[in-house]
Design a protein around this ligand. Structure first.
Ligand code: ADP
Length: 491
């Protein structure tokens, strides 16, 4: 299927279409995007792709692969840079749309949009920085060139919690290094993904370089993971394992970012304000719906009571409301099933051992998924609340005797995405940096993965495959070629 220049991104019925081989195409069903702050607000209608269309998208990406792989790095730079500029120009509109479909606050949403733009512009620059080496062979008269080439067709599958930043940080390096892409966003947040693709396509991508198939994971996921050369996925551990099995059976390379149960250690010598700020932002930022959320607060006995008192006060004062309303500090939970999951864990924590502060279902003028942030105190490391990811505004506190116990508790889960420490001790901070089993360590600073020029990723059950973002992204999105070159006889 090729683009004929005549298809419109939005159909006459108002449905936002999929992009396959440069043509905007209706799906086989329609997905209604709903505002979690007000379920009577219909954000928009988005085409759902069929399995057959997913196969067509992979075929279109395959057809476009040689041309895009051979394109000028300057062209790739220009397209990604122009798309980044367009996103920056549209940040208020796109931020509003993102807050409306996902439920994070307007400030968080605009911040995410700006970050997506910067990610595109960073990888635009990377397109112009090819990596390679020219070396002498161990044999006389022979040289060895080590170069990097695109992997081929990349399937990109993303979750709902960062509707534009995660797609951007996968799509941008994939395209920058000359791969073609089939992109499937999460069903809950098609609007931001669709805008990103429309902007990239309008910036001048050739037909088939980037394909968008909005669809249900259970309908089209296996097709995308079993027919590409590489699969980059962010989502739950359970789905990640399925993606891994499917991609490996097809001998595709795989990159997975999954869950976390990220600790934040607070030592007795911590600055209390820094500790409370890091915990508040780390646990409840983006309504706690982040794989990097500081959901386990590991607190030394000497500061424990003061810390819990101050954090509880600040947490209960957070203004929970419509994501786009002025003054809102925490938006709603993303949907009914996530809300049910959050409430299930709150009930379980109460039943197992903890005392739950906050955590009530909240009513607002509009019908939305509002939940008061929750802090579970008095928990044990082995409690369910300290082992399983909630993915909501729920944090738990484990009291420990000192640094050694704190380190053991921090490292004591199957996950390993981020780990934080608040301390004024250089020795403790240094030791924690060395001995933490997480892929990312935060010292006296709130958990985050906002820096797009450095690697992002974890260890153990949290991640699989090469790191994302920064220069490191090259590792996954290129494959190495070693060429031996003899000059032959002169003359
Ligand atoms: P979450 O519930 O946090 O969104 P999921 O792992 O369920 O996490 O979803 C992450 C992404 O994986 C979504 O885009 C979803 O549609 C997709 N997905 C779901 N099932 C599959 C599957 N079998 N194969 C590939 N992708 C899938």
């Amino acid at each position: 299927m090729t683009g004929n220049g005549r298809t419109e991104p939005i159909g006459p019925d108002g449905v936002h279409r999929n992009l396959i081989g440069g043509a905007w195409i209706d799906g086989v069903d329609i997905n209604q995007d709903v505002n979690p702050s007000d379920t009577s607000d219909a954000v928009g209608r988005y085409a759902l792709a069929s399995g057959e269309q997913a196969r067509e998208a992979v075929a279109a990406a395959r057809a476009a692969a040689p041309g895009w792989a051979g394109s000028s790095p300057l062209l790739r730079f220009e397209i990604l840079d122009a798309a980044g500029n367009e996103i920056l120009r549209s940040k208020e509109r796109l931020g509003d749309l993102l807050a409306r479909e996902e439920g994070k606050t307007l400030a968080e949403a605009v911040g995410e949009v700006v970050r997506a733009a910067h990610i595109l512009k960073f990888h635009a620059g990377q397109a112009l920085r090819p990596a390679g080496q020219l070396l002498d062979s161990i044999r006389p008269g022979v040289e060895v060139a080590v170069t990097r080439e695109p992997v081929g067709v990349v399937s990109i599958i993303t979750p709902w919690n960062f509707p534009i930043a995660i797609p951007a940080w996968k799509i941008a390096p994939a395209l920058a290094y000359g791969n073609t892409v089939v992109f499937k966003p999460a069903e809950l947040v098609p609007a931001s993904a669709w805008e990103l693709v429309r902007i990239l396509q309008a910036a001048g991508l050739p037909d088939g370089a980037l394909n968008l198939v909005m669809g249900r994971g259970r309908d089209i996921g296996d097709i995308l993971t079993s027919s590409a050369d590489a699969v980059s996925f962010t989502g739950s551990v359970q789905t990640g394992e399925r993606v891994l099995a499917s991609a490996q059976a097809a001998r595709a390379r795989v990159q997975l970012e999954m869950g976390g149960k990220n600790p934040l250690v607070i030592l007795d010598d911590a600055d209390l304000d820094v500790a409370v700020d890091c915990a508040l932002q780390g646990a409840y930022g983006s309504t706690g719906q982040r794989c990097t959320a500081s959901s386990r607060l590991v607190v030394a006995a000497g500061i424990h009571d003061r810390f819990v008192e101050h954090l509880t006060e600040r947490m209960l004062a957070l203004a929970v409301g419509d994501a786009r309303a002025a003054g809102t500090q925490m938006g709603p939970v993303v949907d009914a099933s996530q809300l049910a999951q959050d409430q299930k864990y709150i009930d379980l924590a109460r039943a197992e051992s903890g005392t739950v502060l906050g955590g009530r279902r909240l009513e607002r003028d509009a019908d939305g998924f509002y939940l008061e942030p929750a802090l579970v105190v008095g928990t044990r490391p082995e409690d369910t609340i300290n082992r399983e990811e909630v993915f909501g505004p729920v944090a738990s506190v484990v009291q420990v005797d000192g640094y050694d116990e704190a380190l053991a508790v921090a490292n004591g889960t199957e996950f390993g995405l981020t780990a934080g420490i608040v301390t004024t001790s250089l020795a403790a901070a240094g030791d924690f940096r060395r001995r933490s089993t997480a892929g990312m360590v935060m010292v006296n600073v709130a958990t985050a993965g906002v820096d797009f020029h450095v690697p992002f990723g974890g260890r153990q059950a949290s991640s699989y495959g090469p790191r994302e973002q920064g220069e490191q992204a090259r590792e996954f999105f290129t494959t190495v070629k070693t060429s031996y070159i003899a000059a032959g006889r002169p003359g």
